[in-house]
Design a protein around this ligand. Structure first.
Ligand code: YH5
Length: 287
C-alpha cells in the first residue's frame, strides 16, 4: 500500500488521503490564427497559460497539468521540437511563479528529461511510458508517474473500441505497466493509475469503468480521474463541450465516493466545491 498521506512530487508533497484537484493547462495554440509573429504568438500563449494556472491555484488546484500535444480523437500529431517549444517555457515560468505541483502531459523521453530539470513534479503519460525510452527517462528523473490506459492510438482509438471485459483489461494492463515501472527503478509508491476515460472506449466502457473504480483501487495505488468535458458526458446528456460542466461534476462526486484521489479538470473552482461537499458528507463533517 502506498503512503497516501505524504505523496512526494519532486520538491513538493501532497496529502493523497484527501482528493486533490489538477487543473488542465493546454498549450496547444492551434486556435490562434490571426496577427502577430510566431514569437509574439508563443509569448502570448505562455502568458495566458501562466495566468490560467495562477487562477486555478487560487481556486484550489494543487497540481497543474501542462500539455503541448493534443490527444483528442483524430488530432494532428505534433513534432518533438514543437512540443518542446510549447511546453518548456511554460514549465520554466510555472516553477518560478506558481505554487503548485507541475505535472507534464507527455509521452516523449526527451521532454520528460527536460521538464524534470525545470522543476516538474509529475510525469503524466497517456501512453503509460510505452514509447521507446520513456520508461527509462522517467525512472532517471526520480519523479512520480501517472500511467493511463488507452486502447489503440489517438488517431484511431474511437473507431471501434472493443473489450471482453473492459474493467478486467484496464486493471491488468495498469498492473502490468506498474510492475514494469518498478522493474525499471520507479518506486511503487511513486505510481498513479488512470483508467483513461475516452481513450479507446465507448460510452458503455466509460460508465462501467467509473462504476467499478473500486477494482482499480484494489491495486492499492492512487487513482486519477479525467472525465472533464469529455464526450461521455455528451453521449449521456447531449451537451456540446461548453455545456458539460454539471455532467462532469457528477462524475467527480462519484469518483470521490469511490476513492479516486486526483481529478484532472478544466473547471477547478466548481470541482473543488463538489469535492469538498462530497467529502463533508462522507466524513460527516466540514473539511
Ligand atoms: C486523462 O484522462 N486526458 S488529454 C477530449 C475532450 C475533452 C478533454 C471535448 N490527458 C487525460 O483532456 N491525462 C488527456 O472532449 C490526460 N488522464 C490523464 N492522466 C484529453 C482531454 C480531453 C479530450
Amino acid at each position: 500500500m502506498s503512503n497516501l498521506s505524504a505523496f512526494s512530487f519532486g520538491q513538493r508533497t501532497l496529502d493523497l488521503t484527501r482528493p486533490q484537484v489538477m487543473g488542465i493547462v493546454n498549450v496547444t495554440p492551434d486556435s490562434f490564427s490571426d496577427g502577430g509573429t510566431l514569437f509574439e504568438l508563443r509569448q502570448l500563449c505562455v502568458d495566458m497559460a501562466i495566468e490560467r494556472a495562477q487562477q486555478m491555484v487560487a481556486d484550489g488546484a494543487t497540481i497543474v497539468d501542462v500539455g503541448g500535444e493534443s490527444t483528442r480523437p483524430g488530432a494532428a500529431p505534433v513534432s518533438l521540437q514543437e512540443e518542446m517549444d510549447r511546453v518548456l517555457p511554460v514549465v520554466e515560468r510555472l516553477n518560478k511563479e506558481v505554487d503548485a505541483v507541475i505535472s507534464v502531459d507527455t509521452s516523449s523521453p526527451e521532454l520528460i528529461t527536460a521538464v524534470a530539470e525545470l522543476g516538474a513534479g509529475l510525469i503524466n503519460d497517456v501512453r503509460a511510458l510505452g514509447r521507446e525510452g520513456a520508461l527509462q527517462a522517467a525512472a532517471a528523473t526520480g519523479l512520480p508517474v501517472c500511467l493511463m490506459h488507452m486502447q489503440g492510438s489517438p488517431a484511431t482509438m474511437q473507431d471501434a473500441p472493443s473489450y471482453d471485459d473492459v474493467v478486467e483489461e484496464v486493471v491488468s494492463f495498469l498492473s502490468y505497466r506498474a510492475e514494469q515501472c518498478v522493474a525499471a527503478g520507479i518506486a511503487k509508491d511513486q505510481i498513479i493509475l488512470d483508467p483513461g476515460f475516452g481513450f479507446g472506449k465507448t460510452l458503455e466502457h466509460n460508465l462501467r469503468l467509473l462504476n467499478n473504480l473500486d477494482q482499480l483501487q484494489a491495486l492499492g495505488l492512487p487513482v486519477l480521474l479525467g472525465t472533464s468535458r469529455k464526450s461521455m458526458i455528451e453521449h449521456v446528456l447531449g451537451r456540446p463541450v461548453d455545456e458539460r460542466l454539471a455532467g462532469g461534476l457528477a462524475t467527480v462526486a462519484v469518483g470521490v465516493m469511490k476513492g479516486a484521489c486526483l481529478f484532472r479538470v478544466h473547471d477547478v473552482k466548481e470541482t473543488v466545491d463538489v469535492v469538498r461537499m462530497t467529502e463533508a458528507v462522507l466524513n460527516e463533517c466540514k473539511v
